[in-house]
Design a protein around this ligand. Structure first.
Ligand code: ZN
Length: 243
């Protein structure tokens, strides 16, 4: 048995013995669905726009360059045709089998729910929820997709995505629920993100359980905190463990 198969066998055993798994994921979970990580270093966004994505996705930019914000947001942040991949589907199956209690995610694409996951804590919000800043009326993703320029509510207010922008705080209820799930879990599986990056690095401090499993394509220094590190494609690894 090669090293990879050995690790997958170990993970399969951990899953078999756990009934309170929490999955924590980042952008790498959705790249297999064709949603690029805008923080990645390929520079594809930087070539097309005058400002770096971190600036265009900031609260200040939203206030001062609202129209440019929406043009960028519609162009780069919305992937209405993206489908859940093997990782999303395996995690949904784990929840249905009573193994997994929650998904805590930094992603805003809603693909976990589309795959069938029920308990999903979206630390950075969701592109599927959009709210009028004046009257509080809610709108779906289609409303933003079909709008031009600045999307306006029927009351005249601006409809803002419920997505946490740079300079904005995380929703306290969501982060508390996510922390609570992690604090009570017996196994924490981390995928598509590095343990070195906030908030993953902070969240792991709340974990009191037995197993920390890190699944990542490239090896990361944070792996030293993991009970098991699997260097492989997340969808492939999870679907092999969860038939
Ligand atoms: Zn309104």
């Amino acid at each position: 048995m090669n090293e990879m198969n050995e690790k997958i066998e170990k993970l399969r055993k951990i899953i078999e013995e756990s009934d309170n798994i929490v999955f924590f994921g980042g952008a790498g979970v959705s790249t297999e669905s064709g949603i690029p990580d805008f923080r990645s270093s390929d520079g594809v966004f930087n070539m097309k726009y005058k400002y770096p994505p971190e600036q265009m996705l900031s609260h200040t930019f939203f206030l001062e360059n609202t129209r440019d914000f929406y043009d960028f947001y519609r162009d780069v942040m919305l992937y209405p045709d993206a489908k859940p991949n093997k990782a999303h589907l395996a995690l949904a199956r784990l929840e249905q089998r009573g193994k997994l209690r929650a998904v805590v995610t930094q992603n805003i694409d809603g693909l976990h729910q589309l795959a069938g996951s029920r308990t999903v804590y979206e630390l950075h919000g969701s592109v599927h929820r959009n709210t009028c800043m004046r009257c509080g009326k809610h709108y779906g993703l289609d409303f933003i997709l079909n709008s031009k320029g600045i999307p306006h509510c029927e009351c005249g207010g601006i409809v803002k995505p419920d997505v946490v922008l740079y300079e904005e705080g995380l929703d306290e209820d969501v982060i508390n629920a996510g922390l609570n799930a992690i604090a009570n879990a017996d196994t924490l599986i981390i995928g598509g993100t590095s343990l070195n990056v906030y908030p993953a690095a902070g969240l792991i401090n709340y974990f009191r359980g037995r197993n920390v499993v890190l699944i990542n394509k490239s090896s990361t220094a944070g792996g030293s905190r993991a009970t098991l590190t699997v260097n492989g494609a997340l969808g492939e690894v999870l679907s092999k463990c969860v038939k």
